[in-house]
Design a protein around this ligand. Structure first.
Ligand code: HEM
Ligand code: HEM
Length: 452
């Protein structure tokens, strides 16, 4: 049987491509970090300039690594919670092809200097088209699988997976203003609002629900206990949709957008604590008294720590949506610290958790080396804690200095040590990404066969 028809082949392609992009993306992060320590390091190498390589970094890690790896997990889990088989493996593989081609073309174009210049929406139009086609294929596949299900109860993971895919099929083309292929933008302040509708929802309506769906599958299985509350899960789903969709304006508190829009975005940033709490209460209550089971299984460790980063991110988030707090935290490294604990700590950790959890089921082989998963876990965790501490401190220094009227160039020398420490903190993360990819490849070819 050809590979693309085989059971779980689409899941496998998404997972492996995610592991590859994690390596590529973290190296692009390294190149960006080097710029902030030694701006002339890549002088005269056009394709490695900060403006290009930073965008390639965020595109590769956010879409290539985290999104693809989470979708891989969803491909495996969705049919299982529905008690049916995936509607179409070839369609899933085609989606993986379009998606990865989109990220690749987007990144290569960025490095070549072709960018639409809008944060997280930098990819040029042809790349956007490929990615949107991928999401349409995913929508058809997931929805049809649901329609054909044999299990009458729609488990909460299925809600989150299908929600994420359908929402993104709308958010991506709208936020990228794809009806203007040449610029991918509107003009003026309207464009800022469109952009942050996108930049915000690609986090909250794509990677967040995918990660939450994977957690909802894994937690009861690892704890060997029934889910604390399916109802809480559904409440979390609908309140995420109700509150998250329209708070992108909290990225624009310092911009001349309508005041009512800022006010709504701040109030509902706090309301976001409700859907977040439904997830954390549900997971932690399910695991109550059984946390030790999460410490012996390396995939479960990634999941547990991912849930803790989610809690930290979502306490920090509402607080720094306040205008008074943003006077110190906006436009500086504080937000970059938040980004890393959110995208890597929460969604990235859960993507890795999902991958290691489902890979044996897909390949029929045990993970090649659990020890290496542990090594990767510690490397990424130590690096990320380093990022969080160093970037938050650097951000506070910048913010306080600006508040006191110091001009940017006077503050920059003070940041040097922090930028060096950030670079150093990134190295274990990169090492973790390489070890992870090695372990995945070795599992495919050398993993011990599981007797059935
Ligand atoms: C309760 C939940 C959350 C709230 C209220 C929140 C709030 C915010 C706010 C207000 C900002 C803008 C800060 C500024 O520019 O000064 C921000 C930035 C950001 N947030 Fe969150 N956040 C939350 C959760 C998350 C999650 C779950 C993720 C990722 C999965 C995430 C990823 C990011 C990223 C990447 C940025 C940086 C955007 C940029 O490049 O400017 N956040 N968040
Ligand atoms: C897979 C792991 C990683 C993820 C998910 C990730 C995610 C992100 C995100 C979302 C941003 C945008 C931040 C913002 O605009 O607020 C960013 C920026 C950045 N990241 Fe990463 N990152 C990862 C690993 C790394 C590594 C290993 C390094 C360095 C060695 C690094 C260095 C940077 C730098 C220098 C920036 C630009 C910050 C700026 O503009 O001031 N990242 N990353």
């Amino acid at each position: 049987m050809p590979f693309w028809r085989r059971k779980d082949s689409a899941a496998l392609v998404f997972l492996v491509s995610g592991a590859v992009w994690m390596v590529v993306g973290t190296f692009a992060g390294l190149a960006s970090a080097i710029h902030l320590v030694a701006p002339d390091f890549f002088a005269n190498i056009a394709w490695l300039q900060f403006g290009r390589v930073r965008a390639a970094h965020t595109g590769s890690v956010l879409l290539g690594f985290v999104t693809a790896m989470l979708i891989g997990g969803a491909f495996y889990i969705l049919p299982r919670v529905l008690g049916t088989k995936l509607y179409s493996e070839p369609m899933g593989n085609l989606a993986a092809l379009f998606f990865n081609a989109g990220v690749l073309i987007g990144d290569v174009a960025l490095l070549g200097g072709l960018s639409q210049g809008r944060e997280y929406a930098e990819y040029i139009w042809p790349a956007d088209v490929l990615i949107v086609i991928a999401f349409l294929l995913l929508s058809i596949n997931f929805i049809t699988t649901i329609i054909r299900r044999e299990e009458p109860l729609l488990y909460v993971s299925a809600w989150y997976f299908v929600g994420a895919i359908i929402w993104t099929s709308v958010v991506y083309p709208v936020g990228n203003v794809m009806w203007h292929p040449d610029t991918g933008s509107q003009s003026g302040i309207i464009d800022a609002i469109f952009l942050w509708f996108y930049g915000h929802n690609i986090l909250g309506l794509l990677v967040t629900p995918l990660a939450v769906g994977i957690g909802y599958y894994m937690v009861p299985r690892i704890a060997r206990a029934p889910l604390y509350s399916q109802m809480l899960g559904i409440i979390g789903f609908w309140t995420l949709l109700a509150f998250y969709t329209h708070i992108g304006a909290h990225h624009l508190i310092q911009a001349p957008i309508p005041t009512w829009l800022k006010t709504v975005s701040v109030i509902d940033s706090f309301a976001m604590m409700l859907p977040v709490a439904t997830v954390l209460i549900n997971w932690w209550y399910t695991a109550r008294g059984r946390f030790s089971k999460f410490l012996v299984n390396p995939a479960a460790k990634f999941l547990l720590v991912g849930s803790i980063w989610y809690a930290i991110t979502c306490v920090q988030g509402p607080v720094h949506s306040l205008a008074s707090v943003q006077r110190v935290t906006h436009f500086n490294n504080w937000v970059v610290g938040h980004s890393h604990i959110a995208v890597l700590g929460f969604t990235g950790f859960i993507a890795l958790a999902g991958m290691y959890y489902v890979l044996p089921g897909i390949t029929g082989r045990r993970i090649y080396s659990e020890k290496l998963v542990n090594v990767q876990y510690w490397l990424v965790l130590v690096g990320l804690i380093g990022f969080f501490v160093v970037l938050s401190a650097a951000g506070l220094i910048q913010g306080q200095a600006w508040l006191n009227g110091a001009t940017v160039y006077r503050v920059i020398p003070e940041l040097k040590a922090y930028m060096v420490l950030r670079l150093v903190s990134g190295l274990p993360i990169i090492a973790g990404a390489i070890i992870g990819l090695y372990n995945v490849i070795m599992t495919l070819f050398r993993g011990e066969l599981i007797e059935s």
